[in-house]
Design a protein around this ligand. Structure first.
Ligand SMILES: Cc1cc2nc3c(=O)[nH]c(=O)nc-3n(C[C@H](O)[C@H](O)[C@H](O)COP(=O)(O)O)c2cc1C
Length: 284
């Protein structure tokens, strides 16, 4: 894929050009039902599904970073919190989320691109879990060739969810209070009166996005003017926690915003912002 200028706009619209077409409603439903999965059947997912994920990943904008789909995970890249406690997997396959830090969108880009592939995996019935801190970066780097300016920001197991979750997984979910989400009111401090329907739907879906320790560091506001509406994604506060950039979580939320907007028939693109603002979805 052609390299792009780091300030280039991001859009999932590139996926619509595929002959098989992308059904935004199906991704909307995938985003609604997705939850992190940490326990898997030993069987590898069908190669045709993995190939589909790989093809989708290849069509994502290069400035967002890249997502590598590993069909057969022969090494254990998941480390767990202490002494293997809270460990993810074992998992037959995996995804590696590679951040493009020189000229690209950095953490927000890989959050955005990675979540697009996560939603497709969910649609296909596969389980995933973003893992930002508790993986072995050296072992993970051995699974692909890293180019200059790239780093593995996060990884995910990939496989068929087991019917019964391990005790470790159940404990971890309870600790992270994984199903709890902030209210729309908390996420939109300036209120959502007079917001168009697509933007309300976008915030509803962004609320369900995964984030490190479920911290949900995203806030939303609307700007209008110059003949278009913009939905701005902002950090709750500039300081990062747990040594995982909050901009990565916000990139994940950006993917949810755009899926909801497109499912509501709204096209648009992301414009990069600096400071506490992460990006703005400029609706056409
Ligand atoms: C960037 C990032 C890093 C994460 N790191 C871990 C991790 O190291 N271990 C883990 O078990 N879950 C991890 N998670 C999963 C979150 O705990 C989970 O997404 C959150 O609790 C919400 O739950 P849900 O995904 O089931 O909706 C991570 C999620 C994100 C987005």
């Amino acid at each position: 894929m052609a390299a792009e200028d780091g300030t280039a706009q991001l859009s999932l619209g590139v996926l619509e050009t595929a002959a098989d077409g992308l059904r935004w409603n199906e991704w909307y439903r995938a985003a609604e039902k997705r939850h992190s999965i940490r326990t898997f059947l030993p069987d590898q997912p069908e190669e045709v599904l993995l190939r589909g994920l790989r093809k989708l990943a290849e069509r994502l904008p290069a400035s967002a970073g890249r997502v590598e789909v590993i069909s057969r995970l022969d090494v254990d890249i998941f480390t767990g919190i202490v002494g293997g406690y809270g460990k993810v997997g074992p998992s037959p396959s995996a995804m590696l989320f590679v951040e493009e830090s020189t000229g690209g969108w950095g953490p927000s880009g890989i959050g955005y691109a990675g979540e697009a592939v996560v939603l497709e995996a969910t649609r296909l019935g596969l389980g995933t879990c973003w893992v930002g801190g508790f993986f072995d970066p050296v072992l993970a780097a051995g699974l692909l060739e890293l180019r200059d300016g790239e780093r593995i920001a996060a990884v995910s197991p990939l496989g068929i969810p087991a019917a019964r979750r391990s005790l470790g997984e159940r404990t971890l979910k309870a600790m992270a209070r994984s199903h709890k989400r902030k209210t729309v009111g908390e996420l939109t401090p300036e209120g959502i009166e007079n917001w168009p329907d697509w933007a309300r739907a976008a915030v509803d879906l962004a609320r369900l996005a995964p984030s490190a320790v479920n911290r949900q560091p995203w806030r939303f506001s609307m700007e209008s003017g110059a003949g278009c509406e913009r939905l701005v994604v902002r950090l709750d506060e500039p300081k990062d926690t747990y040594r995982i950039p909050k901009r990565l979580d916000c990139g994940i939320a950006m993917a949810h915003v755009e899926v909801a907007a497109r499912a509501a028939g709204k096209q648009g693109y992301w414009e990069r912002r600096t400071g506490q603002d992460v990006a703005a979805f400029v609706a056409d």
